[in-house]
Design a protein around this ligand. Structure first.
Ligand code: GTP
Ligand code: ZN
Length: 349
């Protein structure tokens, strides 16, 4: 994480004679980038080498730390991308209808975040399966999942929901808030620290923009009621994708993250369901399908009430969905393997 450290501590010249500095990508519009650096925000392009070997090259994404040849009179040049400590990917179907895809590519959409705020509202559409899926995606990405149950003012018993969500995984923090009444908002202070980068996940209307505004202490995002009267829509060209708040907290909000799909999140699912995976090792037969076999530890745990039927069902659903994505990704296997190796390296550091 050398780039990140340099960026956070020095920001200005690292290799002065070449005019190279460390910067952070704040916006991506096709082949044009905006980056934050010690000189403020500046426009940047990629150096030519990025385009030579198009198939295997990783392009910078929002949140990336990059080495920049700074140009005060025009576009600066991005020379190199720093290894990512965390990242979100989405499935790119390349224009094919789902189910008929020949090639599915992994497209990284944001990188280097510390916390993933998973928002879910405590009104009518509370859905434990959806939260479980988000937690799996989050654990896979390398960031820390924080489940934030919003609109607590519309719910009689937030604690009951907190207990349910806590049962999904002990690796996720869980809290309930109301941006309207201020209930529970103080609990966020642990995460809202200068230098920390936060991404927001959650369905439309759960209160992401409202929470970002509350954290920022000013209106930096449009809240739904207002946006409906705005024919331009929300993600216009002026919409920042990475924002550094006055407090030094960094917020990433890219359009792609809001519709985050499933990529190969096997590690994330196994992490979330470590209790289930543990049971597999106790089945009598190695190749147990966990349906009707004698000595199946899963069935036994369900009978004894140790594992709930719902939790088992969610595990099966998520891992089936994940298998589907994996089979279709065979054409990009090589790239994926490389990614995995890189991620493995990161963990050790
Ligand atoms: N009762 C109540 N309503 C809230 C709270 N937070 C947000 N809302 C309302 O929920 C609605 C949606 O809020 P947004 O912040 O725009 O939600 P969003 O998740 O950003 O929505 P998208 O931009 O569509 O993804 C608005 O009407 C808010 O006023 C809360 O704590 N309590
Ligand atoms: Zn079994």
């Amino acid at each position: 994480m050398r780039f990140e450290e340099i960026y956070k501590s020095e920001r200005i010249l690292t290799r002065e004679k070449d005019n190279l500095i460390v910067a952070r990508v704040s916006e991506v519009q096709r082949e044009l980038f905006k980056v934050l650096c010690g000189y403020g925000e500046t426009n940047a392009k990629l150096k030519g080498a990025f385009y030579k070997d198009k198939m295997n090259k990783e392009y910078p994404v929002v949140g990336d730390y990059v080495l920049l040849k700074y140009n005060e009179n025009g576009d600066s040049l991005i020379q190199e991308i720093c290894e990512r400590k965390s990242s979100f990917s989405r499935t790119d179907f390349s224009g094919h209808a789902a189910g008929y895809v020949k090639t599915v590519k992994e497209q990284v959409i944001a990188a280097n975040f510390d916390y993933i705020f998973i928002l879910s509202s405590l009104n009518h559409d509370f859905n434990l399966n959806r939260i479980t899926r988000y937690i799996s995606v989050a654990l896979q990405s390398g960031g820390k999942p924080i489940v934030i149950l919003t609109k607590a003012d519309e719910c009689d018993n937030p604690e009951a929901y907190i207990t349910q969500v806590k049962s999904i995984s002990e690796k996720a923090d869980v809290l309930a808030i109301s941006a309207k009444t201020g209930y529970g908002m103080k609990q966020l202070n642990v995460y809202i620290q200068a230098g920390k980068t936060i991404v927001f996940l959650g369905s439309s209307g759960v209160g992401k923009s409202t929470l970002v505004n509350a954290i920022a202490g000013e209106e930096i995002m449009m809240v739904s009621e207002i946006r409906e009267n705005d024919s331009k829509g929300r993600h216009t060209t002026t919409h920042r994708q990475l924002i550094e708040l006055a407090s030094g907290v960094i917020v990433i909000d890219t359009p792609g993250i809001r519709e985050l799909g499933m990529w190969d999140v096997e590690d994330g699912i196994n992490d979330t369901f470590s209790d289930v995976i543990e049971l597999f090792t106790k089945c009598k037969y190695n190749n147990c399908s966990h349906s009707k076999e004698p000595g199946c530890a899963v069935n036994q745990a369900i009978e004894e009430g140790i594992l709930s039927k719902d939790r088992w069902k969610t595990y099966c659903q998520l891992s089936n969905e994940n298998e589907w994505g994996k089979n279709k990704s065979i054409y990009t296997k090589k790239g994926k393997l490389e990614n995995k190796i890189k991620r493995g390296k990161n963990k050790k550091n």
